[in-house]
Design a protein around this ligand. Structure first.
Ligand code: FES
Length: 179
């Protein structure tokens, strides 16, 4: 298992261990600046929907109904539209997740290389079922389809960090590393 230094996510790593606050104010202070920066990259507000949802999830840990409402207001969209987009992508959590959201790729490439064993190992080690959050609020394990690292199965994403070539026997070390 490599330790996740994939160039595509290096800049996102500082948020790996951030505490999420479901009630954190959105789009204020430094997040207002980030919002403006994001909006400046797009010709229309609505085109910024994915990065804005992503930022909201980084701050709050999940996309709550209140978050959907705020994002819709900011981008001048209907809440129904924002919800439909958020529910299409597995990267957005529509219910509260643990401190560590563990996404395991069970796409065909990873599945052929033991992804189910990795999932099983994680569920056993965290004492959860798929999509549930552990009693201590730390872990939520979900299955996703393709994390765009098909050459490095099994791919696992924990919050913003990617882990390549994960085997069932790596699970214990992986969880230890988080604490
Ligand atoms: S199939 Fe697992 S990363 Fe693509």
């Amino acid at each position: 298992m490599s330790d996740g230094l994939h160039p595509a996510v290096v800049s996102a790593q500082p948020s790996q261990r951030d505490e999420k606050n479901p009630d954190a104010p959105l789009f204020e202070g430094e997040y207002q600046d980030r919002l403006e920066k994001i909006l400046s990259r797009y010709p229309f507000k609505r085109a910024a929907l994915l990065p804005v949802l992503n930022m909201a999830q980084q701050v709050r840990g999940w996309i709550s109904p209140d978050t959907i409402k705020r994002v819709a207001e900011i981008l001048e969209l209907s809440p129904a539209y924002v919800r439909s987009v958020a529910s299409f992508y597995t990267m957005f959590q529509l219910r509260p997740a643990g401190k560590y959201l563990i996404q395991v790729c069970t796409g065909i490439g990873c599945d052929l290389c033991g992804a189910e064993d990795v999932v099983e190992g994680l569920l056993k080690a965290t004492g959860t079922r798929i999509g549930e959050t552990s009693a201590d609020g730390k872990y939520t394990v979900v299955e996703v389809e393709c994390l765009a690292g098909c050459g490095f199965p099994t791919m696992v994403q924990i919050n913003d960090r990617m882990y390549e070539n994960v085997k069932a026997e790596d699970v214990e070390g992986l969880l230890k590393e988080l604490d």
